[in-house]
Design a protein around this ligand. Sequence first.
Ligand SMILES: Cc1cc2nc3c(=O)[nH]c(=O)nc-3n(C[C@H](O)[C@H](O)[C@H](O)COP(=O)(O)O)c2cc1C
Length: 401
Amino acid sequence: MPALASVSALPSSSGPSSGPSSGPSSALPSGPSSAPSLAAASTSAASARARGLAGLGPLVLGPYSVETPVILAPMAGVSEAPYRVLALGFGAGLTPTELVSAKGLEFKNSRTAHYLAHDPAREPLLMVQIFGGDPEVMACAAAEVTARGARIVDINMGCPVRKVTKSGAGSALMTDPSRAAAIVAAIRARVGDEVPITAKIRSGWDDAHRNAVEVGLCLERAGLDAIAIHPRTREQGYAGRADWREITRLKAALSIPVIANGDIATPSDADRVIRETGCDAVMIGRAALGRPWVFRVFAAAVRGEAAPSPLSAAEETDVILTHFEAHQRHRGGDEVHAVREFRQHLIWYSRGRRGHGRFRADILRETSRAKVASMIERFFQQAEMDEERAEIDYDERRAHG
Ligand SMILES: Cc1cc2nc3c(=O)[nH]c(=O)nc-3n(C[C@H](O)[C@H](O)[C@H](O)COP(=O)(O)O)c2cc1C
């Protein structure tokens, strides 16, 4: 194993601002609580299985060691710099970007470049997810994103959206393991050994073609450093439960770290998936929508500590306002557009709170930044939770993995 560099994956809560900044608040992320370190000891899969989150060792990716192996899932329209910085500050160990088009990078598309905007002081271990079907184009994209600050390159092999799969990218790569491996090999040849390469796969294309193990073995041989699996087929979309037995099979077959994803919403879900599969890390998607603070409880469990007490309404309001302001700065320019974009986050933030229907209707009518900020303040300060765990509602067409 190469010498481990001590690279902090976490931002400080002050400092220059592409991410949340603003006033002091006890709820706001308070800096590196789980920075990767030189500690390299890796807990055996067997004891990790027994102790759940508390037994997970650091996730070693090439020269980096991620102390908290709890990862925010890449999510289109969600995993932008302001949200990633919040999640990191609350204890997530890694926060990949949403999928970024390799073709868009090739053609220097300005929207694509926007996905790479980040503050290196807050995100020193930037992990960028790219998608594409052509090994050479993907290698060029990997070179481009690393030149722009990415330390880890992740390859999307799970996106079910037709626009993506018809060009041989996303989950279409599950149908062509040798091309998927050629992509890893081409990226490795271009970026060298110091840049970890990861991939995020599904179970396969459809029920008749569940080939995650075959794909995983091909990718490992081609030089992949770690693999995440969302164990549903492309055909399944998000239907049914994620089949964690696929994770068990992948973990048993591969030597590289396996990251479990799919239906992990709480530390006890994480404990269960670790015990059942022996995975090396967990990845949290929908449970973090409108809940960036969810990583506090996962990070505490990794440290073997009791769950922290929930944030107060005032603290949550501070987080939401910080996110809102950071989103406006991150978007820059067009205030109305930035306010409109943030509506989806507000819908998720308001989930399960009394009066959310009325709040949603109100924010859909409002485009002024100042007015929306005061609506956020009014609603979230007083809105009580209706239920313990509200339904996660999201637009499946926006889900790219
Ligand atoms: C709104 C949304 C956007 C997503 N975008 C991406 C993406 O850009 N790349 C990706 O690999 N997966 C994407 N996914 C899939 C998630 O990363 C994750 O695999 C999936 O939600 C299952 O995990 P969960 O049960 O924890 O939500 C997206 C999911 C959602 C809900």
